[in-house]
Design a protein around this ligand. Structure first.
Ligand SMILES: CC(C)[C@H](C(=O)O)[C@@H](O)C(=O)O
Ligand code: SF4
Length: 467
């Protein structure tokens, strides 16, 4: 019988049918961070249980770590307690930890791929909604809650209902300056933030095949913002080349790698396999996207304008009004007339080396506009080292931007990098909810290239006209 990519991986991991549509699923990789793990480890300790597979569990601190020079000295008491708890829990359970100060520390969704921890055909979970990122390897990766984290720590399995299969095909060829970020923002504005509810996306088509691993990771990262459980891309030569390149400590090497590739080649959707839902998006004329509201689905072309209250099919006029009030915007304002005072380049969506290269390439020899603060935060320490080797830090410094150490940083207001009330930010992250980057802060989601161009101009510009 013809099967989808998702079904092949799912079926290979079912330990037991529990009835009622639920199965017990084997988990290959468990990624852990400081925010959602303390209670899970505590629960395990109280129950007198051990971590079942410490060798398949990898942890780091990313959300609430400082990213400035003084990052080793955490002063916030909650942050410190969570970071200390993870340090202790890893030490007592034998889980591999990439601690603050380690060359391999970084945002958990950046370091999983980077270290070769996540590979095609695997099931991957983490107590974090953006776990979908790892699906870019052709793996089933999804976020779980803290009680589920405890369950996986104890058993290396999870009770799950099987999501439906949703095919998202991107056809055509992107124009220069238009990126994976624009593709996924477009998808979300088309189907809404609940469009993928109960589903796993399979991203396919010519425009996906042409993307680097970094681009695929960006798209899968935001599958969750369209409501999906997971997002997958079938592995191909781009995937295999990524895995065999660089210094990926945990990936198979030599003959083992060759053998693994033969296995990974089975992970594709069979001819004739059926999907529950399908959408096709032609990217040929896709314009760079900018969000104008307080949900990732509230976005439009940079060439467009802030919509009329009744012109957004996925949202009611009242919702649009509320979003615009929060954002301090009026319908009819051209997107390119929106001025910004902050730029954030980083996060698990766009904090990889390719993202920083793209932003640096644009900003080289230019200056950040007067009154604009630009923060560039590598997604991991490995990304930081690589960027510094390529002297990208110099380019950002010379342009007037701040260069930081790795962490979630301004993606969410859980550490010192925050927007102040009414500050307006061009951000490469994935969420623009009220208060997401700081109380009263206003977030516009864009690609790294668009963020760099906005930093220089002081307002949004169509990057295509700058190239
Ligand atoms: C703090 C964490 C649980 C949260 C998530 O689940 O995604 C965070 O990473 C986010 O991006 O909002
Ligand atoms: S970078 Fe942002 S989206 Fe990613 S894990 Fe951190 S807080 Fe969540």
């Amino acid at each position: 019988m013809s099967k989808t990519l998702f079904d092949k991986i799912w079926d290979a991991h079912v330990v037991k049918d529990l009835g009622g549509g639920e199965v017990l699923l084997y988990i290959d990789r468990h990624l852990v961070h400081e925010v959602t793990s303390p209670q899970a480890f505590e629960g395990l300790r109280l129950a007198g249980r051990k971590v079942r597979r410490p060798d398949r569990t990898f942890a780091t601190m990313d959300h609430n770590v400082p990213t400035d020079e003084n990052r080793m000295n955490i002063t916030d008491p909650i942050a410190k307690a969570q970071v200390d708890a993870l340090t202790d829990n890893a030490a007592t359970t034998g889980v591999t930890l990439f601690p603050l100060g380690d060359d391999r520390q970084g945002v958990i969704h950046i370091i999983g791929p980077e270290q070769g921890i996540v590979l095609p055909g695997m099931t991957v979970v983490c107590g974090d909604s953006h776990t979908a990122t790892h699906g870019a390897f052709g793996s089933i990766a999804f976020g779980i809650g803290t009680s589920e984290v405890e369950h996986v720590l104890a058993t290396q399995t999870l009770r799950q209902k099987k999501p439906k299969n949703y095919k998202v095909e991107f056809t055509g060829k992107l124009q220069p300056g238009v990126t994976a970020k624009d593709m996924v923002l477009k998808l979300i504005s088309m189907i809404g933030t609940a469009g993928g509810t109960g589903c796993a996306f399979e991203f396919c088509g010519e425009a996906i095949r042409s993307l680097s691993m970094e681009g695929r990771l960006t798209i899968c990262n935001m599958a969750i913002e369209a409501g999906a459980r997971a997002g997958l891309v079938a592995p191909d030569q781009v995937t295999f080349d990524y895995i065999s390149s660089g210094d990926r400590a945990y990936s198979p090497k030599g003959a083992e790698f060759e053998k693994a590739i033969e296995d990974w080649k089975q992970y594709f959707t069979d001819e004739g396999a059926s999907f529950d839902h399908e959408i096709t998006i032609d990217v040929t004329d896709l314009a760079p996207q900018v969000t104008w509201g307080t949900s990732p689905g509230m976005g439009t072309d940079v060439t467009g304008e802030v919509p009329a209250l009744d012109a957004v099919p996925e949202y009611s006029p009242a919702d649009v009004r509320a979003a615009l009030d929060y954002m301090g915007l009026e319908p009819g304002t051209k997107m390119t007339d929106i001025t910004i005072d902050t730029v954030f380049i980083g996060s698990c969506t766009n904090g990889r080396i390719e993202d920083l290269r793209e932003a640096a390439e644009y900003i080289k020899g230019k200056k950040v506009a007067d009154g604009v603060r630009m923060l560039v935060v590598p997604g991991s320490e490995a990304v930081r080292y690589q960027a510094e080797k390529e002297r990208l830090d110099r380019i950002f410094h010379e342009a007037g931007a701040e260069w930081r150490y790795a962490g979630c940083s301004m993606c969410l207001a859980m550490n010192a990098d925050k927007l102040r009330d009414k500050e307006r930010c061009a951000s490469t992250s994935n969420r623009n909810f009220e208060g997401r980057q700081g109380k009263g802060g206003r977030t516009h989601l864009v690609s790294p290239k668009m963020a760099a161009a906005a930093a220089v101009a002081g307002h949004f510009v169509d990057i295509r006209e700058e190239l």
